[in-house]
Ligand binder design. Structure first.
Ligand code: NCD
Length: 310
């Protein structure tokens, strides 16, 4: 490890706060967690994670909690704001200043952009952003990179397409930033109204080759990785706008007929109708393996942030 890398006590708010060297190191520690995830460990015994989830989640919250348990620690928290004091009018700054007394680290999901950054300003314990509105989802990007690395050997040299809702999808924002640290070619495929956010595009275009398309057909045969996303219905300000793009992309056996044999398909899940069930049994599907990778990467991250691994 480079002597300059320091993770203990750090917040994880944006993937942009991490260098390629740091990301590669987190992925390496994630890999070391594969066997520990099976055997269990007491590396974080006595340490407590609080998960404060103000928005729906299955994978992110459960995998953070499972990761903590597998390392011998414990997890507390809430999965809906309805049952927390927020319902009584407590603000986020007060909530984290209370919860820091109960926990050594806080994983936070919140509908507002900037919420994780704000929480980190007030909290004395590290804050991990488990999704901040449509903005970012840095730990998802880490597990996405880990999956690509595990399946393809390395990230450099690949052609990768991000498909679907690139405007409101926070996973693709974090992933695009992270991928721009590698030597890859990126294809962005979405309806016109759901194109990649301008600020993300500007940053990544300075570093890597980016091609934007509305039509998937010509892209599928070119790429090594297809990263498919759900249209984020809940983030549309106008239901009529959602109706226009609903079902606009669908990956099925026909779409994949000209794909490379070793193409892999990823999806952060949940999927709605953007990947047909018939794709699940093909050699391309990796979205359920991706879920396991979320555990090992979050184990690695928690161990680093809590100083159990240097
Ligand atoms: C994603 C999210 O919450 O942003 N899910 C996840 O964390 N695995 C993607 C989505 O909701 O579509």
């Amino acid at each position: 490890m480079g002597v300059s890398l320091k993770f203990e006590g750090r917040d994880v708010i944006s993937i942009k706060d991490f260098s390629r060297e740091e990301i590669d190191y987190i992925l390496k520690i994630g890999q070391a967690m594969e066997s520990i995830a099976v055997k269990g460990s007491d590396m974080l015994r006595g340490r407590i994670l609080a998960t404060l989830f103000f928005e729906p989640s299955t994978r992110t919250r459960l995998s953070f909690e499972a990761a903590m348990h597998k390392l011998g620690g414990s997890a507390i928290g809430f999965a809906e704001a309805e049952i927390a004091s927020v319902k009584k009018g407590e603000n986020l700054a007060d909530t984290v200043r209370v919860v820091e007394n109960y926990a050594d680290v806080i994983a936070l999901r919140h509908p507002l952009e900037g919420a994780a950054r704000l929480a980190a300003e007030f909290a004395k314990v590290p804050i991990i952003n488990g999704g901040s509105g449509a903005e970012e989802h840095p730990t998802q990007a880490l597990l996405d990179l880990y999956t690509i690395m595990k399946e393809k050997g390395e990230i450099d040299g690949l052609k990768i397409a991000l498909i679907g809702d690139l405007r409101y999808g926070r996973t693709v924002h974090s992933l695009a930033y992270a991928l721009s640290l590698y030597n890859i070619e990126l294809y962005l495929v979405s309806p016109e109204s759901l194109k990649m956010r301008r600020e993300v595009l500007q940053t990544i275009k300075e570093r890597i080759s980016v091609t934007e398309k509305t039509d998937l057909e010509k892209i599928v045969p070119l790429v090594d990785v297809l990263y498919v996303t759900r249209i984020q219905k809940e983030r549309f300000p106008d239901p009529a706008e959602y109706a226009k793009v609903k079902g606009s992309h669908k990956i099925d056996l026909e779409t994949l007929s000209k794909a490379k044999e070793d193409l892999i398909i990823l999806h952060p899940l949940p999927r709605v109708d953007e990947i047909a069930a018939e794709v699940d049994n093909t050699s391309h599907a990796r979205y359920f393996q991706q879920v396991w990778n979320g555990i090992v990467v979050r184990m690695g991250l928690l161990a680093l942030i809590l100083g159990a691994v240097k």
